[in-house]
Design a protein around this ligand. Structure first.
Ligand SMILES: Cc1ncc(C[n+]2csc(CCOP(=O)(O)OP(=O)(O)O)c2C)c(N)n1
Length: 558
């Protein structure tokens, strides 16, 4: 196979590699295997795209996902047939939940052996079905002549609003078949959603009548920063989901940020007469499981269904956030006649929410304050795993400088932060990514720390080590009579582990040492880790026992 292959280099794989470079893809993440070697070999020979060999496929998708979120470009991942493609599934669900522009190229056994129970190596049942269920769309390249049209269609689908990960399967024999590269190529373009002008006109009338209109900005609004900022400057108040953070500057006094579930926020909502929900699902863990009372709602969403399924909306506008808000702005006067005290009230609500949160943190408030200053002023990508430090302060108190710099595991899955940090670091180039992770989550992605070292990724891991699934212990204490089954955790001695993989490591046993440690880590080149020894520092002032879990539980989390 290889000798025939090496003698003819105008193959489907060469065309794919060249096409991706020609349309501007500069980095790809993945794991090599016999069923994707022709494509990876072509990428390496052409030497135009950086290939990041990850330690697992789950990490590869997380990296492609966060690379896409931070760069705004397509994130690309290459896996192989069977278990390898399956390993990507959990991470791809995160990309699907977050609506990330990701292309997952995976492979298949020889075409003639497909679907005939052949038991060929890496042949597994139901691979296309699995891929369809974890993707926005699924594509398959049946023959050489379909190659470039199919890859272009797959990318168009991934980047068209509502964006999402797409999967593309290419059988090994097709990868090896001959294909001459055309003189001109078609570049993938996003499809546009036509917005109803009438709906926008009706919305403009509602805004003009409103005294305290609010925007609830979700992840789908992140491309509409300019428009949302103009609306806040004309008098709107803003609140965001965790994923929509910093769509408007988080230091703007009329931006509540992601303090969306506090009592102070609730008071603001009770006095507001209109809330436009832009690109957000109003998730249960951000609305007290849909029990939070919200103002009359209008929803703008690129999904053609009512994404806000648990709230009644008086109007639904199908469209992309940026274009919809642009059109709305055109119909509104420069100065709207809003309630003069509206912005003052929001500013006070944010300050109150912040100070109440700080009290709950106890010793960790100084770490929160240090990170707050550094992350915002240094415009660092701020990457977060699911750990108590993020559920409390990381996801709202530490300000993000720009919407695209915020990356977190929206689906609530632990263990993705280590890899997401690498994707964010590679996308950001100029500023180091800061990645806040827990020891429990770290166990799922630890091997990718070696990838961070191999790639010299500019990042700092801040590892909150309590030698346990801390939040699970807290839930067990609160709801299961302190029966702490399965939540104590044996983790490596990180100083030894990091030494063995050549990852510079510092340990903080006293919160007063945190600032100097992180500053040192930020100044140094390449990846670094600052471990916070929570067993030495002690507990939070108030125990965090998880987001609302069921409809009966409406505990406030911030
Ligand atoms: C993939 C996945 N598996 C399990 C869980 C359940 N879970 C949520 S938080 C958590 C503990 C995380 O531990 P750690 O990273 O140490 O953070 P801590 O709670 O100690 O702050 C677990 C097991 C999950 N959310 N996602």
């Amino acid at each position: 196979m290889s000798s025939t292959y090496l003698s003819k280099l105008e193959t489907v794989s060469d065309a794919i590699a060249k096409y991706m470079a020609d349309i501007g893809i500069s980095v790809i993440f993945g794991v090599i295997s016999i069923h994707n070697m022709p494509i990876l070999d072509a990428i390496a020979r052409q030497n135009k795209i950086r290939f990041v060999p990850t330690r697992g496929e789950a990490g590869a998708i997380n990296m492609a996902d966060s690379y896409s979120r931070v760069s705004g470009n397509l994130g690309v991942c290459i896996t192989s047939t069977g278990t390898a493609a399956g390993n990507a599934a959990g991470s791809q669900l995160e990309a699907l939940t977050a609506g990330s522009k990701v292309l997952h190229i995976t492979t298949q056994i020889d075409t003639e052996l497909l679907d005939c129970n052949s038991s060929a190596i890496h042949s597994v049942p139901n691979q296309p079905d699995m891929l369809k269920s974890i993707s926005k769309a699924y594509f398959f390249i049946k023959s050489a002549k379909q190659t470039l049209e199919t890859i272009s269609a797959a990318i168009s689908s991934a980047i068209s609003p509502p964006a999402g990960p797409v999967s593309l399967e290419i059988p090994i024999d097709v990868q090896l078949s001959q294909l001459s590269y055309p003189k001109s190529i078609e570049r993938p373009k996003p499809n546009r959603i036509l917005i109803s002008e009438e709906s926008i006109e009706e919305l403009a009338e509602l805004v003009k009548k409103s005294k305290r209109p609010m925007l609830w900005l979700g992840g789908g609004s992140r491309s509409a920063s300019v428009e949302a900022t103009e609306l806040i400057n004309r008098g709107f108040g803003v609140v965001t989901s965790t994923n929509g953070r910093a769509t408007v500057d988080e230091s703007h006094r009329a931006n509540l940020g992601a303090f969306n579930m506090t009592q102070a926020a609730s008071l603001i909502y009770s006095k507001s007469d209109l809330m436009i929900v832009v690109g957000s699902k109003l998730r249960g863990n951000e609305t007290l499981n849909y029990k939070m009372k919200l103002p009359p709602l209008v929803q703008i969403d690129a999904h053609d269904f009512r994404g806000v399924r648990n709230y009644k909306t008086q109007k639904f506008i199908h469209g992309d956030a940026k274009e919809a808000l642009q059109k709305l702005l055109e119909l509104l006067p420069e100065k709207l006649n809003f309630d003069k005290e509206f912005h003052d009230d929001i500013e006070k609500a944010r300050m109150l929410s912040e100070s109440q949160l700080l009290e709950k943190l106890g010793p960790y408030s100084s770490i929160a304050n240090t990170l707050k200053d550094i992350v915002y002023s240094g415009s660092h990508p701020w990457v977060r795993d699911v750990t108590i430090a993020n559920s409390t302060f990381g996801n709202r108190y530490v300000k993000i400088a720009k919407a695209f710099l915020g990356v977190h595991a929206l689906g609530g899955g632990i263990g993705q932060g280590i890899s997401m940090g690498i994707g964010a670091a590679i996308a950001s180039e100029k500023t180091k990514a800061i990645v806040l992770i827990g020891d429990g989550g770290a166990m799922l992605g630890l091997a990718e720390m070696i990838t961070a070292v191999s790639e010299n990724a500019p990042l700092v891991y801040v590892l909150m080590n309590d030698q346990a699934y801390g939040v699970i212990e807290n839930i067990q204490d609160a709801q299961y009579d302190s029966r702490r089954h399965y939540s104590k955790l044996d983790v490596p001695d990180f100083s030894i582990f990091c030494q063995s993989i050549k990852l510079p490591h510092q340990i903080v046993k006293d919160v007063n040492d945190f600032q100097s440690s992180i500053e040192r880590a930020l100044k140094a080149k390449g990846p670094q880790i600052v471990e916070v020894d929570m067993c030495s520092i002690g507990p939070y002032a108030e125990t965090f026992s998880g987001p609302p879990a069921g409809s009966a539980n409406t505990k406030e989390v911030a």
